[in-house]
Design a protein around this ligand. Structure first.
Ligand SMILES: Nc1ncnc2c1ncn2[C@@H]1O[C@H](COP(=O)(O)OP(=O)(O)OP(=O)(O)O)[C@@H](O)[C@H]1O
Ligand SMILES: [Mg+2]
Length: 238
């Protein structure tokens, strides 16, 4: 099965959540692939998001990671291509069908494929204007939405879930990417509201990943993953 991962914004913990979802799938015995269609803000030798996932999980045998395109400027993909190489670089970017074929190839011999978008739901990943919502529609995948716990999140989360629903994207899970060690009253109130928002839109509630995962041991990541096992879509035939 394919699961698309988006966020209410950039930097909300999509990659951390993707690592935990991958760990949960590995823990149930799946062969897992993580695919990032467009990685921006990383040079040719740098570590992109899928490399971060592999590192966090200790590079297990049953995990494959792959990137579609990599663009150095830290911008939305199409603008990053424009900045890096002008109109010709934009034209050279692969389109939606190319990504769908890559995902299908990965799904051919893996039980679970996680696809991490760039930024939020409506960021264009390809010159033909495709977004992670289009990848979810093209693959039939449900959507996991990663969100923040702080002020402003209720509006961003509601907007994201509504826009996904309007496009016909299958609801997957709502997960808080990073829960502070010392939550405030705002965080606690938001958590309850986010849970209700998930339920209203048919999303499974994935709870909140603890802050500090970036430097965590594989053990801590596995602990966070256990909490996400319940929101993973079933594996084919499983
Ligand atoms: N639960 C967490 N524990 C520790 N650090 C976190 C957690 N969630 C997010 N971070 C940190 O916040 C930053 C952004 O997280 P992450 O890279 O997962 O976001 P993203 O949504 O994948 O961003 P992008 O849009 O660039 O892909 C990173 O530096 C990451 O280490
Ligand atoms: Mg990321």
């Amino acid at each position: 099965m394919v699961l698309c991962v988006t966020g209410t914004d950039t930097d909300v913990g999509k990659t951390m959540a993707t690592a935990c979802l991958a760990a949960a799938a590995l823990a149930r015995g799946d062969r897992v692939a993580v695919y990032k269609p467009a990685q921006t803000g990383v040079g040719p030798a740098g570590a992109g998001d899928v490399e971060t996932v592999a590192r966090l999980l200790g590079r297990p045998d049953r995990l494959t990671v792959a990137e579609g395109v990599r663009l150095g400027p830290a911008m939305a993909p199409v603008d990053a291509a424009l900045e890096a190489g002008g109109a010709a670089a934009v034209d050279a970017l692969p389109g939606l069908e190319w990504h769908l074929e890559r995902i299908a190839a990965l799904a051919g011999d893996r039980d679970t494929v996680l696809v991490e978008g760039a930024g939020g739901l409506l960021v264009q990943l390809t010159p033909d204007g495709a977004t992670i919502a289009d990848i979810a529609l093209g693959t039939g995948a449900p959507l996991a939405v990663i969100t923040r716990p702080d002020l402003g999140t209720l509006n961003h989360t509601g907007l994201t879930l509504e826009a996904a629903a309007r496009r016909g994207v299958r609801p997957g899970a709502l997960i808080v990417g990073s829960w502070p060690v010392e939550p405030t009253g705002v965080h606690r109130a938001n958590l309850g509201r986010l849970r209700d928002t998930a339920e209203d839109h048919g999303y499974a509630w994935g709870g909140a990943l603890p802050e500090g995962l970036a430097s965590a041991t594989e053990e801590v990541v596995s602990g966070a993953a256990t909490a996400l096992a319940g929101v993973l879509p079933p594996r084919p035939g499983g």
